[in-house]
Design a protein around this ligand. Sequence first.
Ligand SMILES: *Cc1c(COP(=O)(O)O)cnc(C)c1O
Length: 387
Amino acid sequence: MRIESCDTGSRLRTNSVSGVKSARIELMRVFNFSAGPAMMPQEVLERTQAELLDWQHTGMSVTEVSHRSKEFVACAARTEELLRQIMGIPENYKVLFIQGGGFGQFAAVPLNLTKPGDVVDFVLTGQWGIKATQEAKKFGVEVKVVADEKGSGYTTVPAQSSILPTPGAAYLHYTPNETIGGVEFGFIPETGELPLVADLSSTILSRPIDVSRFGVIYAGTQKNMGPAGMAVVIVRDDLLDRARPDTPSIWNYQKMAQADSMVNTPPTFSIYLLGKILEWIIEQGGLEGMALRNRTKAQTLYSFLDASDFYSNPVASDARSWMNIPFLTPAPDLNKQFVVEATAAGLTNLAGHRSVGGMRASIYNAMPQAGVEALIEFMKEFERVNA
Ligand SMILES: *Cc1c(COP(=O)(O)O)cnc(C)c1O
């Protein structure tokens, strides 16, 4: 197990200021290209650090405060309000903070929206969608894969015309951004009467989205929304009365909605940090600002890859992700060497997912343009030495 970032990435210094012991962390920040948990905006970390010992004059950190206190209840309400404002979430949708990450929702969605024997439709464009089908199958539903991009090695998205929902199915599920393959939809599938369910884990808040097109949106939080372990679920209120009686209460959308996501102790630090991230997004110009920032970063890297004879990206041009960009050198050994040398240069976590190899640059909201430019400079130098 490597603990490099703890060992060499930061040094803890203790000094004494007016009799009070305080610790100062001297940071050597890297550009972290991890697919998740992912880079956080530096301003958010600094603001969090500044109020960690005494949050809102409670004399405690936010992690020590009761979730029923007026301070925390207000914090959670504000986080929800900011998310509603930024995403333009309509009145008839509930916003839930649920534990168990994106993966938990692979089970929670069928528990909340189906009865045994129901048909559920899936569109598959990569590994996360496949995992979601495997979890759904445990709950006695008939999984129908209505479009599967396996033939392209999951480097494409289907055309709208080839997505044919099953009449009477409980919902249609898809993965707008497949994090491992770097495959992203450029459109929202039309599903007629069927509620559309989207696993937005790796692209939520990256650009504006029309929430009213969806029945359920869910997203694990460790990519664009803070620490791991929580999912944000946005659910249309007419879908709230369908949960199976044996659905665990902490995953039951209706019970969670009635309890303001506090059926049990919620992940308070995650909710607090999400609020901080949302404030940062507003400062950056909201989702329009995020879209501009993200489109520019992605175009910068794709343009470089497309102009290169040394590096390549396998994804079809109309399916390329703004968030996760896989790429290869001409040889497997060079890929390994690339990752090692990039890490030494402060460009970390560039190894592709263990199932696909190569490299992957995850450039979520918090990654600045300067990080992408530093990566490209490194790539040029690596090519010059190794081509
Ligand atoms: C990361 C990710 C998940 C899993 O999230 P966990 O919080 O680890 O459960 C699910 N779906 C997609 C698309 C992801 O990127």
